[in-house]
Design a protein around this ligand. Structure first.
Ligand code: UDP
Ligand code: MN
Length: 283
């Protein structure tokens, strides 16, 4: 009897989930993640921050990594964290690298199901842009092969997956990135093009490696109106987010706990998806 070849099966344990955070957000954003979706992927999720924090080190069972990157929402600090995330993933031997921000809710079983549809040995850059056309940038001092000594000004364009929606890279793709962006080189590339971490990722993957972004609509950042996500589709979404802008919350519209107790709606969303969770009301 000959066995029919099966596509590789992806399990939760094949995935490295990294979350970028910062000292100032530990008590707010990190705490919320730990109480909700982290409980479904405790062994697979790692938090990349910029300080030591014994309290959250304990809460995450040792999964808080102090990158020693500087605190602050600027290009160098953000690329420093992404570089650390990538390097820890490369050393982990896992099949998939998935990055999220600390204001993302990750629907863990849906993420596993998504990656199960793809092969980790094929180059995959899965995510969702938040602009409607490729980003156009001018590379003024990036050394090109054709103009070694000149500062060539070159206009290039590429897509990038919004970091705040989350994105995933296959092991095969990250192995191609290793010689150019591994071991901290991600930071130098970011510094050269002077763009944030998610743009730098798109530049490396789409422009340098010529691997196209595969758009997955199920990732969501707070650049989209969260209330547009229909409740009957919640189980099919990979990520959600929230933001407080101009005195208004952009949050998932979901019944559940009252707004005072759950302004970001993550507890309510979590109970919609996993109604038997400890803190959810009896049904
Ligand atoms: N962040 C960081 N250092 C900072 C500020 C933010 O690492 O000083 C991280 C934050 O934890 C989050 C991401 O960067 O994962 C995006 O931050 P935020 O949501 O505040 O801003 P946005 O870019 O979404 O407007
Ligand atoms: Mn954000």
């Amino acid at each position: 009897v000959t066995a029919t070849p099966q596509p590789p099966i992806t399990e939760l344990d094949d995935i490295f989930i990294s979350v970028k955070t910062t000292k100032n957000y530990h008590d707010t954003r990190l705490a919320l993640i730990i109480k909700t979706w982290f409980q479904l992927a405790r062994d697979q999720t790692w938090f990349f921050t910029d300080t030591d924090d014994a309290y959250y080190q304990e809460k995450t069972k040792g999964h808080l990594i102090n990158t020693n990157c500087s605190q602050g929402h600027f290009q160098e600090a953000l690329c420093c964290k992404m570089s650390a995330e990538l390097d820890v993933f490369l050393a982990s031997g896992k099949k998939w690298f998935c990055h999220f921000d600390d204001d993302n809710y990750v629907n863990v079983p849906r993420l596993v199901k998504l990656l199960d549809e793809y092969s980790p040995s094929v180059d995959w850059y899965l995510g969702k842009p938040s602009i409607f056309s490729p980003l156009e940038i001018h590379l003024d001092s990036y050394p090109t092969t054709t103009h070694k000594n000149k500062t060539a000004s070159e206009k290039i364009s590429f897509w990038f997956a919004t970091g705040g929606a989350g994105f995933c890279l296959s092991r095969a793709l990250t192995m191609k990135m290793l010689p150019i962006a591994g071991g901290g080189k991600f930071i130098s590339i970011g510094r050269k093009i002077r763009f944030p971490d998610d743009v730098t990722m798109g530049f490396i993957i789409e422009h340098l490696l010529k691997v196209p972004l595969r758009i997955v609509e199920n990732f969501h950042s707070h650049l989209e109106p969260m209330e547009h996500i229909r409740p009957d589709t919640f189980p099919d979404q990979v990520s959600f987010s929230y933001a407080h802008m101009r005195n208004q919350w952009n949050v998932v519209k979901v019944d559940g706990f009252d707004l005072a107790k759950d302004p970001k709606r993550f507890y309510s969303l979590h109970c919609k998806l996993f109604p038997y969770f400890s803190f959810c009301p009896p049904r």
